[in-house]
Design a binder for this molecule. Sequence first.
Ligand code: NDP
Length: 331
Amino acid sequence: MATIFVRCDDAAAPTLTFDTQAGGANAAPFGEGDVLLDISWSSLNYKDALCLKGDRGVARVSPLIPGIDAVGTVREAGPDSPVRPGQLVSVNGAGLGEFRHGGYTQQLLVPGEACVPVPEVFSAAQAAALGTAGYTAALCVLALSDHAVKDGPVVVTGASGGVGSIALHLLARLGYEPVALTGRAERFGDFLRGLGASEVLSRSEFEEPSARPLQKSRFAGGVDTVGGQVLANLLAQIRWGGTVAACGLAGGTALPTTVLPFILRGVTLAGVDSVRAPRELRLRAWELLAEHVDTGVLDSLTHVIELEEVPAAGRELLAGQRYGRTAVRVN
Ligand code: NDP
């Protein structure tokens, strides 16, 4: 069966193989868990791109089938599994494509606990287009509403990327005033306004360290996918009682901030981890997506590629040459 493997035992020279004969009719299925999935779609995320280049922070085992998302039909399910044979399900994170084999293959054993039934409003391709990015965007939006950010301007960083574009769309549909922050305002300004951004800000305005630990308070909240100095400046511009949901590190892992936004403006920094999120939270996030995502808009920000195109697309993603979401046709 068509499968991508990354081998990174030699950190200096990781290798990628596209194997059309992996497994074989009588071989045990790849992966681990109580549910056997016939995978039809996966997707390409920032983390997948890192994995494909052999980043050991993501690819914790070797060899590894990358792909943190898998959408497919349940072929077999253990008696205690929450899903049944024949059901279309989505698995996002849960170690896929990191410390256990992931979605860039046609059949996979996965933990039933992480399988979420795909809501009827979405096709398998659309569920993969949402993927970890859409589900994480929903987790971020839930974190804001759980922290009582009800309305007002909410900044989304890395806005033209996967998490960012879906977060913008969701926030707009929920009646917030989404503000897009992007490093590519000239190229993607119209695209971001089309997703509902009321304003498009340039990332460069947020990349310089500020001498002022508290800046003019402008935003009710934020969804941050980039970290680093951008997140530090964002925190310094959040209004009293606001919240920033932080999920990403596209701009770096450092956070050069002070305690002042937290102790003088009651700002909350809410961490979002999609990989180990419990089932109840996964279901809530997918419910939010089902209720509020416009599938026409989702299709407009999705690019479909074939499995063999994934390595090149991964390189493009890290080079800043892609935008929106990339769904991967597996079978
Ligand atoms: P994408 O590559 O699709 O989007 C990332 C965006 O970040 C880019 O489109 C770009 O947007 C911006 N960006 C790229 N490079 C830089 C840089 N050097 N400095 C600042 N901004 C930059 O990735 P995803 O949407 O898939 O993921 C976004 C982040 O969220 C990643 O760090 C990923 O690891 C993380 N993530 C975390 C999850 C979790 O569970 N915590 C789950 C999913 C993702 P623009 O050009 O518009 O500025």
